[in-house]
Design a protein around this ligand. Structure first.
Ligand SMILES: [Cu+2]
Length: 114
């Protein structure tokens, strides 16, 4: 009986959680874009987001990036690659906390061409 009730709650809440949270609206580079250089990595959110961790990974492993945006909630997040990105495919992953305290995560990918 209790099990059934909990299960029902989880199912009912899932769509609301997906729709109610601040999400990443635009990124630089854009998700799926092919670019020749990456001077900066940025994300814009519709509500302030506390970005807790970010990683930039390539097929050769993680790439070092330096974040410009601190740990305070912000609508725009900015980071710089520590070195020029070699041609290849990259994926940026982030974890954060929405203004209502819920944990959030997301990612975008891009390709660097010669
Ligand atoms: Cu929430």
């Amino acid at each position: 009986m209790i099990k059934q009730t909990l299960f029902g709650m989880v199912v009912a809440m899932a769509p609301m959680l997906a729709a109610a949270h601040s999400k990443s609206e635009t990124t630089t580079p854009a998700d799926g874009a092919t670019v020749t250089e990456v001077p900066e990595l940025s994300m814009r959110f519709d509500d302030p987001m506390r970005i807790i961790s970010v990683t930039l990974s390539s097929p050769d492993g993680d790439v070092e990036i330096e974040r410009e945006t601190g740990m305070d909630p912000a609508k725009e997040f900015l980071a710089m690659p520590m070195e020029e990105l070699a041609p290849g495919s990259y994926r940026f992953d982030w974890r954060g906390m929405a203004s209502d305290g819920h944990p959030m995560q997301g990612s975008f990918s891009f390709t660097v061409a010669k």
